[in-house]
Design a protein around this ligand. Structure first.
Ligand SMILES: [Zn+2]
Length: 174
């Protein structure tokens, strides 16, 4: 990660929020920090999240929205999205609000753009999901996109992901 950080990790309020998010789910806290730091323009949380969880995200500076979607059976699901930037939450809501969940190539490209995935990896994933890449397993597992083979962008993103992942892992109540 560059020297410029948006979250003040030294602040006790920020620390409390991150620890509380981590207690809900490690991955939620990880996504929240990646999004706060601008590594991901927008993130989506597909598991239920209550008002207290939403408030934690808001307290560290994220804008949140809950979006109604439907699945094939017609059942309604609620997705939580969060971003530092109102434009991204608006784009997501305009495009996907009250729509059925779909995995079309067009949707994957748009989601990849919003979620900060390298376009080369998105295209590869559309052609063939989980195609073998040269990434060490421990690096691949901390990413939210599947790296394409010999990716030029993923290696430039990895240091920021690693820094945040390790920091969150070592972030404990004293
Ligand atoms: Zn790539």
């Amino acid at each position: 990660m560059s020297e410029q950080q948006f979250l003040d990790f030294g602040s006790s309020k920020v620390k409390e929020c991150i620890l509380a998010l981590k207690e809900i789910d490690f991955e939620l806290a990880y996504l929240a920090i990646l999004t706060c730091e601008g590594i991901k323009p927008l993130s989506r949380w597909e598991k239920p999240l209550d008002k207290a969880g939403l408030e934690l995200l808001q307290q560290i500076g994220l804008l949140t929205r809950q979006i109604k979607r439907t699945v094939k059976t017609g059942a309604e699901v609620i997705e939580t999205i969060f971003s530092r930037t109102p434009g991204y939450t608006q784009l997501y809501e305009q495009r996907f609000g009250n729509t059925p969940i779909d995995k079309s190539a067009q949707t994957q490209r748009f989601e990849g753009f919003l979620f900060g995935y390298p376009p080369c990896c998105v295209e590869q994933y559309i052609r063939q999901p989980y195609a073998p890449n040269n990434l060490p397993t421990e690096d691949q597992k901390i990413l939210f996109h599947w790296s394409c083979k010999d990716c030029k962008i993923t290696p430039t993103l990895l240091p920021a992901y690693k820094t945040i992942y390790n920091r969150l892992n070592n972030y404990l109540r004293q």
